[in-house]
Design a protein around this ligand. Structure first.
Ligand SMILES: Cc1cc2nc3c(=O)[nH]c(=O)nc-3n(C[C@H](O)[C@H](O)[C@H](O)COP(=O)(O)OP(=O)(O)OC[C@H]3O[C@@H](n4cnc5c(N)ncnc54)[C@H](O)[C@@H]3O)c2cc1C
Length: 468
């Protein structure tokens, strides 16, 4: 018997491990997922993401059973235990081949190496594939055969690679006469303290409605709208990519279909969205080439000497969305109330934490993972190190976002701020970005918290701090 071992690739289409498992031999094929609650805790996986994962496991189970593939959810505590559980299962069912798609992070790679040996010892083979990026990791290198350390040349080379080799999807899986649909309406429950993700539809709605609508109406205005959190200008697919319910290659090919010439001009408006998919690949390739990043090391070692003051008071205020800077506070409330935050806001709050409050980016990275439905180690680590200035092709340390001008530029009427900060609903737009003088003049100071730092002096302190 063969098994397909699902991890963060919860989909039927464009799943190389699944199509290979079905193609391999004529024996029966089963599918498994092995939960690891302790590992999720250690990795700061957000309770909302585990709930989202559970809903998609149940959807996957239904789809697999329609294809005649039984699906079991097994329990382990952490990765070492996961390997034991897998080996026992293989022995019990006389499994000879296990098929899985790799995950790029260091603990996941180690887990797979251990599984390879443990399975070999019982004469079972583990076959690994790659399914989480558009261009395979290791395939985009500079002339010296090394990974690029700057995004633009990486992107140019990434585009050339696609032009030369194309992007292939895994073979389509069809209903086979050898497998009869199974009716087994079991509900799988993951053993974790979850937070409801019901506001996020299942991936079927994304594939059938949201993405077609995005490509029909929003793709071409993405460049114009993508930075404004009050507009629905981005695709909203990051949670689905993070658990592998959507294939990055399939969405890339969708985009290419809407404009087959976009690769010829990577500066074009049409390429802007694909450019973000290229950033996603860039960060995954980085992790592949620099696995130490998984240990939260600064990409640029010169920043290792920074001694972050890490004020617990300021950190708590930032987490709670009580800094006195409306755009920062509204963004943090979006995160804690919905499990998602707009990209422009992620950049603003990350800059504010590291540069205005001088708090180690790792604390922000952790808080994000604990709350994001789309938590993804490579994009999160990349984004935080970019904002802190410690990363690969990062924002230079002396570029410090002014939260007030960012707010004026990207939430000009204050619509986003008003949605999340109760009390500021009636503040006029021209005061909403920093309402303290207005609230004093109108004797309404009780409506909003005082700013915890002064922008100008915090900026100068940050410059001094980083110059050290
Ligand atoms: C500090 C910080 C932390 C972040 N943490 C995460 C994270 O944990 N998980 C995550 O998926 N993204 C993260 N991002 C990237 C980005 O904010 C989100 O991918 C984006 O907001 C998702 O919204 P969307 O799907 O509507 O994106 P769209 O704008 O529609 O973009 C399409 C897809 O491209 C990818 N993408 C877009 N922007 C980026 C980017 N800057 N870096 C890498 N990939 C990108 C995502 O997969 C996204 O779904 C982070 C960014 C920053 C600055």
């Amino acid at each position: 018997m063969n098994i397909i071992w699902f991890r963060r690739d919860l989909r039927i289409s464009d799943n190389i491990a699944l199509s290979s498992a079905l193609k391999h031999g004529t024996g029966t094929c089963k599918a498994i997922f092995i939960e690891t609650p302790e590992q999720w805790k250690a990795h700061n996986t957000a309770p909302i993401q585990v709930d989202f994962l559970e809903r998609h496991l149940n959807l996957l189970s239904e789809k697999l059973e329609n294809l005649g593939i039984p699906f079991d959810v097994l329990s382990a505590t952490n990765y070492p235990n996961q390997v034991d559980v897998l080996a026992q299962y293989c022995e019990q069912f006389n499994v000879k081949h296990v098929f899985a798609n790799t995950e790029v992070e260091i603990n996941e790679q180690l887990r797979d190496q251990t599984a390879l040996h443990a399975l070999k010892a019982i004469s079972t083979q583990l076959h690994l594939f790659e399914c989480d990026v558009i261009v395979n990791k290791g395939a985009v290198l500079n002339k010296e055969g090394e990974m690029y350390k700057v995004f633009t040349p990486f992107k140019n080379s990434w585009v050339k690679h696609i032009q030369l080799h194309g992007v292939q999807l895994a073979p389509k899986i069809n209903q086979s006469s050898a497998r009869k649909p199974i009716s087994n309406s079991r509900s799988h429950q993951l053993n974790f303290d979850k937070v409801s993700s019901n506001k996020w539809p299942l991936v079927t709605e994304i594939e059938e409605t949201v993405l077609p609508d995005f490509f029909d109406h929003k793709h071409f205005s993405y460049k114009e709208n993508r930075d404004f959190p009050a507009r629905k200008g981005t695709s909203g697919i990051s949670p689905y990519l993070a658990i592998g319910a959507l294939s990055p290659r399939a969405v890339f090919l969708n985009a290419l279909q809407t404009n087959p010439h976009m690769l010829e001009n990577p500066k074009s408006v049409e390429f802007t969205w694909v450019n973000e998919l290229a950033w996603r690949d860039f960060y995954k390739h980085l992790l592949f080439h620099f696995p130490e990043l998984c240990k939260h090391t600064n990409f640029q070692p010169k920043f290792n000497t920074l001694r972050w003051p890490n004020s617990p008071y300021a950190y708590t205020k930032w987490c709670n969305g009580e800094t006195g800077y409306p755009i920062v506070d509204a963004a943090m409330k979006q995160l804690t109330q919905t499990g998602w935050m707009h990209n422009r806001l992620r950049m603003i709050v990350a800059s504010f934490l590291t540069k205005h409050l001088l708090i180690d980016w790792r604390l922000g990275e952790k808080f994000f993972m604990q709350h994001l439905i789309d938590g993804d180690f490579s994009a999160n680590n990349g984004g935080w190190q970019w904002a802190a200035g410690t990363g690969c092709d990062a924002q230079p340390y002396f570029r410090i976002f002014n939260p007030i001008t960012q707010s004026e530029k990207f939430d000009p009427n204050g619509d986003f701020i008003r949605k999340y900060i109760k009390g500021l609903e009636n503040v006029p737009s021209k005061h909403i970005h920093f309402p303290h003088e207005y609230l004093k003049a109108t004797k309404q100071t009780s409506l909003y918290v005082e700013p915890i730092v002064d922008h100008k002096s915090a900026r100068l302190t940050a410059l001094d701090f980083y110059k050290q």
